[in-house]
Design a protein around this ligand. Structure first.
Ligand SMILES: [Zn+2]
Ligand SMILES: [Zn+2]
Length: 379
């Protein structure tokens, strides 16, 4: 099959900056992530394709080779080995997803653990096997104003989810003598099977479905949860939103999703941030831009004005002779940096207001003005 151009895959121009590449890749990776598209082969292919393109283009040396020689230039003419280079892939996943929330390692880990589960150690599998069926992840979209993003905020969200059954402490059994050995797996809790993944074929030891890997079957079920070990209920989740988050970035609250079945580990809550449009201000990275309209006399003579900022209205001095198109900087009035100290600036762009209609009197004055040497524009 003909390989697609890496820039085309990521939907960027040839001269795209690293930041642009990262942005596009993040978007695609979120869109086509296997967790969001279970069983969708096309999405899986797109996900791999984007990861490969980003892997090459995000490294200067590889990108230079690719720009010069195309696909032939990569890895001495051999095909890129998909996810063969797992350490590289992991490093950019954590780069894209993990580090976006500073020291918190919870950003990217879990969502990829499942996908790469086939390569996990037997110890990891064993640990999962012994803990019943894991609970599903929950996704929450959190709308944030620019003011909230600028300083960071705490939100409380009420959600419906499975909680661990308190009556049986999640076991699903009426009491400790309500268990007998599972007949499907003979009490071992595991079944061997050959399975296929994107990495090829491998023999997999999986958890027994009949007993959810516990090796035991409940003969006398807990009445409260009918043996599930969890109950449908509500919870209020507290979300600490760090200052400076971006639209569509996300935060993982590990273990706060649905409770697992029969004591299985809890799923995560994935909080996706959505930035609401501001009435006056436009975000540009950590800066915000405000367009200020001045009259011609104000621009010529100078004036004091009040402008909206993320922390209320603020005074701004306009010097005499201020030019149209000039940006005035209001230091640190922008958005706090996500991963470092300080904040962006508010940039005030100067526009000169030109009236579309004037009265006869105004016209007369303007005509007089126009005749003056200092006003005329040399052509
Ligand atoms: Zn079993
Ligand atoms: Zn119960």
């Amino acid at each position: 099959m003909e390989k697609r151009d890496y820039y085309e895959i990521l939907g960027v121009e040839k001269n795209a900056s690293k930041e642009d590449l990262k942005k596009s890749y993040r978007k695609l990776a979120m869109q086509y992530h296997p967790d969001r598209n279970p069983g969708n082969k096309e999405a899986e292919d797109k996900f791999k394709e984007a990861a490969e393109a980003y892997e090459i283009l995000s490294h200067d040396d590889k990108r230079a080779k690719y720009d010069r020689y195309g696909h032939k230039g990569i890895k001495g003419g051999q095909d890129f080995q998909g996810f063969g280079d797992a350490s590289d892939i992991f490093s950019h996943f954590s780069d894209i997803f993990g580090s976006s929330f500073g020291g918190s390692s919870s950003g990217g880990g879990s969502i990829f653990d499942d996908f790469f589960g086939g390569g996990g150690s037997s110890q990891q599998r064993r640990r999962q096997r012994q803990t019943g069926t894991p609970g599903a992840d929950l996704k929450i979209t959190l709308k944030l104003t620019l003011e909230e993003i600028a300083k960071g905020t705490t939100k409380k969200v009420k959600i419906k989810k499975y909680n661990t059954c308190e009556t049986c402490a999640g076991s699903g059994a009426k009491n400790s003598s309500s268990f007998k050995n599972c007949t499907v797996c003979g009490g071992t809790g595991e079944v061997r099977q050959v399975s296929r993944s994107v990495f090829g074929q491998f023999v997999n030891v999986t958890s027994c479905n009949n007993c959810s890997g516990t090796g035991k079957i409940i003969s006398d079920k807990c009445i409260t949860c009918s043996g599930e070990g969890r109950v449908n209920s509500e919870a209020t989740v507290k979300i600490n939103v760090p200052a400076g988050v971006y639209d569509n970035s996300y935060l993982t609250l590990q273990g706060q999703g649905n409770a697992g079945k029969n004591g299985g580990r809890n799923g995560d809550i994935i909080v996706i941030f959505q930035e609401l449009q501001h009435e006056f201000l436009v975000r540009d990275g950590d800066n915000v831009i405000y367009e200020l309209n001045l009259s011609f006399p104000e621009a010529v003579l100078g004036t004091d004005v009040e402008v909206p900022t993320l922390s209320g209205r603020a005074k701004l001095k306009i010097d005499a002779g201020t030019q149209a198109g000039k940006y005035l900087k209001m230091r640190e009035k922008g958005i706090q940096h996500l991963n470092s100290h300080g904040a962006g600036d508010q940039l005030v762009k100067i526009n000169i207001h030109v009236p579309k209609h004037v009265t006869a009197n105004e016209k007369e004055l303007l005509n007089q003005l126009q005749k003056m040497d200092n006003i005329k524009v040399a052509t």
